[in-house]
Ligand binder design. Structure first.
Ligand code: SF4
Ligand code: SF4
Ligand code: FES
Length: 285
């Protein structure tokens, strides 16, 4: 029996425990839905590349609002020049990434009912990328990284009609990686970029996912293993899993993408048997 069924069954019977359960549910609902006229304070970072500071705005909040709604309301009522990037308001374009109470989040998917509105809610731009203005950061480094990854190179078609045959299991394996919406929240949280600024040596979790999508694609014939080891810096990742924890698409970034890529690098560059064979054949390991 599910929890809901249990609650319904208990209600049908009646009795003191039923009353307490009902009261608790009502209390929870009361906390979750802001009362009419409820106001909350948002502590928003205002500034640009030269510097900035947090500024408090208090605004009315209501049922169903997300952080992006509150920011838009503040923009409309109190701060017309507040810069914020967004497009879909549905968690699919990846543009409204920010740090809400210090955590990387999509503003359009962060419900006010999941935040403590008794305290100011801080809203800051992603710290890993240079600020342009207010909540908008310059994420163009990511697009330059993407250009460095060798593109998809399919093998010749299997069938005379120009089509390919693939095992469903192989297709399923890469499907997860294609859910990425390029919000760059995983890049924002990754300490290799955020704290150690290894922008020239490490491509970050988002692009390791992209490389995995290509390397594991059943039709792809390109080889990106040497780049992974050197130019893409897969060795910098110490599998802390912070990236997967903030991914709004729930991509299992480390277990399904990064670890298999590390294994491929190890197989090629650190397998002693393979090295011996290469030496015997007179090839460079
Ligand atoms: S698991 Fe690796 S890529 Fe992900 S946040 Fe940690 S160090 Fe960065
Ligand atoms: S892997 Fe997840 S967190 Fe990273 S950019 Fe893609 S959707 Fe965003
Ligand atoms: S506005 Fe598109 S993901 Fe938030």
């Amino acid at each position: 029996m599910s929890t809901t069924e249990e609650a319904v069954a208990t209600t049908a019977v009646g009795g003191p425990e039923t009353v307490r359960t009902g009261e608790r549910a009502a209390e929870k609902l009361e906390q979750a839905v802001p009362a009419p006229g409820r106001r909350a304070t948002f502590r928003i970072w205002r500034g640009d590349a030269t510097g900035g500071k947090l500024q408090d705005y208090t605004t009315e909040v209501s049922e169903g609002m997300v952080v992006l709604d509150a920011v838009h309301q503040i923009q409309a009522e109190q701060a017309n020049d507040l810069a914020v990037r967004w497009n879909c308001k549905a968690g699919k374009c990846g543009s409204c990434s920010a740090e809400v109470n210090g955590k990387p989040k999509l503003m359009c998917m962060t419900r006010l009912t999941d935040l403590n509105l008794d305290e100011p809610v801080t809203v800051e731009p992603m710290r890993t990328f240079p600020p342009l203005r207010d909540l908008v950061t310059d994420v163009s480094w990511n697009f330059r990284v993407k250009q460095r990854i060798k593109p998809f190179r399919p093998r010749a078609p299997d069938a005379p009609d120009g089509s390919w045959r693939m095992a469903q299991a192989d297709v399923d394996r890469v499907q997860e990686f294609r859910k990425c919406i390029e919000c760059f929240l995983c890049q924002d949280v990754c300490h290799v970029l955020r704290d150690h600024a290894k922008y020239d040596e490490f491509i970050g979790p988002r692009f390791l996912v992209q490389v995995a999508a290509l390397e594991m694609h059943p039709l792809d014939t390109e080889d990106r293993i040497d780049e992974l080891k050197e130019a893409f810096g897969v060795g910098y990742c110490n599998i802390t899993k912070c990236c997967g924890n903030v991914c709004p698409e729930n991509i299992t970034i480390t277990d399904n993408a990064i670890i298999p890529l590390k294994e491929r690098v190890v197989d090629r560059h650190y397998d002693p048997l393979r090295k011996l064979v290469q030496l015997m054949r007179g090839r460079k390991p």
